[in-house]
Design a protein around this ligand. Structure first.
Ligand code: FAD
Ligand code: PYC
Length: 414
């Protein structure tokens, strides 16, 4: 396996700060590919990677209208956990979490996976019941979580105020093997591995149309010309509705902005991830020392990649209540991403009404954690036409009413 020196790693970091889009020279698109993936976010790149690695399909192009990971993949708060309620969800999220454990070795690229533990606070009786139920479900699914007491919460997070003025901490759902990873490194690692397999990762290449004949995909129209393909994967998160429209079908998806912010760096003070869903805010500390903070989703559909002021106020108020020591912190950066929400808060990995077009979307506020599992499953679906991991996440569930309700596990207010 190729090893990279500390200089190579530094060069990559420098390239990132100069704008990876300029540093990574995109190849010219070929006339035809076996498979095209639209969207070089984590899910699109992971799909391409596992198409090559697990199914030997390497004549693949990944088309990206912006730059690698410039969508939600590079905008999220990097929380990784698999403490979902339903069996189908636990299977794909736990597959993903376990793949994160070895991702740096698999890709030979340090994605800085840090299994520091994720804690979801229970601050109402309703949350206690909900999280205890999830812990029981997780035990049956083989996912290691437990419901812990307020004293244990305090011992794991000394800076927390468990006697908050509005909602004292009554316990928490604790997943010790949950954690964080460097989000853009996940995109870069997969992209480099795809490129090394001979795939074309083409940035600044916007798909503007989808060619079909006799109900089957023929190729795509892009800002860099027409490209033919045998199979097409649409993996564009908040732009799913736009792409589905080009392919002639509608999706049960709404697009809204979700936002996050980071503080100035401070000394290490919290080595787990805390989500406080009732007061609503979540926080972890990055390796640089910044407090990484996430807020809620906008209450109206939109395509703006920035946050709304009222969320900053609500989020910061909630977190100061929970962690009084951060009250004097200065905030450095603030941004938003466009998340793709389904009614049952579960993703869609599915065939579509057009033959050989596959779709992967609906990860909403929580798809970073799912990237490797989703890519693994989507690649299997595209290569073989079926995958045990995607079976229950098909589009037909919206017709048949077989929803996979994950509104509690989704955690983020929307
Ligand atoms: P994206 O990364 O958005 O990639 C889609 C790509 O498609 C984009 O790069 C876009 O430019 C491209 N594209 C769109 N249209 C076209 C076109 N016409 N032609 C070519 N390319 C196109 N999840 C977690 O698990 N944990 C978290 O802590 C977490 N926090 C979050 C915080 C915030 C503020 C946000 C916004 C999201 C958060 N998420 C979190 C959710 C997570 O980021 C997403 O679910 C995940 O990144 C989606 O990845 P993706 O690859 O599907 O989409
Ligand atoms: O899904 O864990 C999550 C999450 C945290 C913040 C945004 N999404």
């Amino acid at each position: 396996m190729k090893r990279y020196s500390v200089f190579a790693v530094a060069r990559e970091a420098l390239r990132y700060h100069q704008g990876w889009g300029r540093a990574w020279r995109s190849p010219e698109p070929k006339k035809k590919y076996e498979a095209i993936i639209i969207g070089a976010g984590g899910h699109g790149l992971a799909t391409a990677y596992y198409l090559g690695k697990n199914h030997g399909l390497k004549n693949v192009a990944i088309l990206e209208k912006g730059w690698l990971g410039g969508g939600n993949t590079g905008r999220n708060t990097t929380i990784i956990r698999s403490n979902y309620l339903q069996d189908a969800s636990a299977a794909i999220y736990e597959k993903a979490r376990s793949l994160y454990e070895t991702m740096s070795q698999d890709l030979n690229y340090n994605v800085m996976f840090s299994p520091r533990g994720v804690m979801m606070l229970a601050q109402t009786q309703h949350e206690i019941r909900g999280y205890k139920r999830t812990a029981h479900a997780n035990a049956l699914q083989g996912v290691s979580t437990e419901f812990i007491t307020p004293d244990r919460v305090k011992s794991l997070v000394p800076i927390i105020n468990i006697d908050g003025p509005r909602y004292p901490v009554l316990g928490a759902l604790w997943q010790p093997r949950g954690g964080t990873a460097r989000h853009d490194a996940v995109a870069w690692g997969y992209a480099r591995a795809c490129s090394e397999m001979g795939m074309d990762v083409i940035q600044q290449c916007e798909v503007t149309g989808i060619h079909r004949k006799n109900g089957q995909v023929q190729g795509v129209e892009t800002s860099r010309g027409s490209i033919e393909c045998e199979k097409l994967g649409i993996v564009v998160a908040g732009h799913t509705g736009v792409l589905a429209d080009m392919a002639g079908f509608r999706m049960p998806i709404e697009s809204v902005a979700l936002q996050a912010l980071v503080s100035e760096p401070i000394k290490p003070c919290m080595d787990v991830v805390v989500m406080a869903n009732t007061v609503h805010g979540y926080m972890s500390q990055s390796d640089k020392g910044e407090m990484v903070i996430g807020g809620g989703a906008d209450g109206f559909n939109n395509y703006t990649q920035r946050g709304s002021f009222h969320h900053v106020e609500e989020t910061v108020r909630a977190l100061i209540e929970t962690f009084p020591i951060i009250s004097r912190l200065k905030m450095l950066r603030w941004w938003g991403g466009i998340v793709d929400m389904t009614g049952d808060r579960s993703p869609i990995l599915s065939t579509t009404p057009v033959k050989n077009i596959f779709i992967n979307c609906g990860w909403g506020t929580g798809g970073f954690k799912a990237i490797p599992g989703s890519g693994w499953a989507m690649a299997e679906l595209m290569a073989k036409g079926h995958s045990s991991l995607t079976e229950e996440f098909g589009l037909n569930r919206f017709k048949e009413g077989k929803f996979i309700d994950e509104s509690v596990a989704a955690g983020v207010a929307h």
